[in-house]
Ligand binder design. Structure first.
Ligand code: SF4
Length: 450
């Protein structure tokens, strides 16, 4: 089968599986009371991971699919910080003990749009209410266009260990089409200052499939990005979902590369990065061989959560801030997406939980299988089922889709053990989807698989 026919057959709209079940299946049945009960029953010895969402940016990039709005005034940022501090107290009260924290991830939006004093106060609140471990990873997503020297100093003082810089594409005509003007020089200067401040681990985010992007242009961008010697690169396909993100409708469909061109761009990015010695991790991450993500992948410890591929193996992820999602042993919880609803709940002394999903034993098994496929490009259903005391036969509804993918040369499948082939690697989401019990039931439309 040619690549063109494979793309036509498998370029379905499927989830990226940063959770299972995926967020469109969450419901209001998971209330603040349910969330509080799940928090109260967290194990004493289980480490936590924290995600803080800051839904503000200085300007809107047209491709963006994040929960964010443009803010130019200080007052809503300071108010947001105060509410976040109050939410931290509510969550810690519901837990009722001081549990250890190994990972903290600030995402957005643009977390560094908060004044350094606000970020510092939030970190102080976290350190007061949780046992943040001395070697905890503290990762912050950064927009290099707006990060001041004072902001870099603030990040260093609050113990930031990893900075994730949005780059997307360095070609001026592409930047114009996505409303994001960001030169290589500015990005290089920001990277150098972060390193000089002691923030040693640098991740760059790149995107293919953007308007006006071409394969040679994407190779140019990756080559320029490599001149910054990032420790990791995350490379995402642009998800054009204007029915969910209205501003994306400002991107003319005709300016977007088609599925085959997207595929070629993706391959060119991978070839350029791996040609420079980076190791491909999962579907869309790349890391230097000595990086902790590459080591975790080599040792079979790679995990996948809402931030993508991670070394974070904490059994509980707590989400803080508007729209944030947490993953607890009991299931998933999501906060109100709008800042007013989130703030009003916190002010009323209630967890700002809007919806979630209570996991069944069958969900937990499928979640594990899907994570294995997404992280390791392989799974043995007998091993996976044994871990959950289940019968692998309960997963065999996936067999027809897997057999079809095997006939197309995308994976090998002996009835239990599944391995993606090199040719099948870009289609791994389709293999994961074979185990998704909810996919057909969902009305949600996801982004293209490739
Ligand atoms: S891509 Fe980043 S900076 Fe641009 S609007 Fe989205 S969150 Fe904000």
């Amino acid at each position: 089968m040619t690549v063109a026919s494979l793309i036509a057959k498998y370029d379905q709209r499927v989830p990226r599986y940063t959770s299972y079940p995926t967020a469109p299946h969450f419901s209001a049945g998971v209330t603040p009371d349910v969330h509080a009960a799940w928090l109260g029953s967290l194990p004493d010895d289980g480490a936590l991971s924290l995600y803080l969402h800051v839904p503000f940016c200085a300007s809107l990039c047209l491709f963006c699919a994040c929960h964010t709005t443009v803010v130019h005034r200080l007052e809503p940022l300071v108010a947001y910080g105060k509410t976040l501090e109050a939410e931290i107290a509510l969550v810690a009260d519901a837990i009722g003990r001081t549990l250890p924290v190994r990972h903290i991830h600030w995402g957005g939006g643009t977390p560094t749009i908060l004044p350094p004093a606000v970020m510092h106060a939030i970190m102080q609140r976290l350190r007061t209410r949780f046992a943040v471990q001395p070697d905890a990873e503290i990762a912050v997503e950064i927009d290099p266009r707006t990060l001041s020297d004072e902001g870099i100093d603030g990040l260093a003082r609050m113990g930031t260990t990893r900075a994730s810089l949005g780059v997307q594409d360095f070609e001026p005509s592409v930047q114009q089409a996505i409303n994001r003007d960001q030169s290589l020089e500015l990005t290089a200067s920001c990277t150098a200052k972060l390193r000089a401040a002691g923030i040693g681990s640098i991740n760059l985010d790149l995107i293919y499939g953007l308007p006006r992007q071409t394969t040679p242009g994407v190779i140019d961008t990756v080559t320029q990005a490599l001149s910054l010697a990032p420790d990791r690169a995350a490379v995402f396909g642009y998800a054009h979902v204007p029915w969910m993100k209205k501003h994306q409708a400002l991107i003319p469909e005709a300016s977007l590369p088609g599925p085959q061109e997207r595929f070629a761009q993706r391959q060119a990015v991978e070839d350029t990065l791996t040609g420079d010695g980076y190791q491909a991790i999962g579907l869309d991450h790349f890391a230097r061989p000595g990086d902790s993500l590459a080591i975790a992948a080599a040792e079979g410890r790679l995990r996948r959560n809402f931030q993508g591929y991670t070394t974070d193996d904490a059994p509980t992820l707590l989400g803080l801030g508007a729209s944030s999602i947490g993953a607890l042993p009991g299931g998933y919880v999501q906060n109100h997406a709008g800042v007013p609803a989130w703030r009003n709940a916190v002010r009323a002394g209630s967890l700002p939980t809007a919806r979630g999903f209570a996991l069944s034993d069958a969900d937990r098994l499928r979640r594990h299988v899907i994570e294995q496929v997404m992280c390791h490009m392989a799974v043995d259903l007998r091993v996976a089922a044994a871990r959950f005391g289940a019968d692998p036969a309960s997963l065999m509804d996936a067999a027809p889709a897997l057999q079809t993918m095997q006939r197309d040369g995308l994976l090998t499948w002996n009835g239990y053990a599944l391995h993606m082939t090199p040719k099948g690697r870009p289609f791994v989401r389709a293999a994961a989807a074979a185990f998704d019990s909810y996919l057909q039931a969902g009305a949600a439309r996801h982004s293209a698989a490739i």
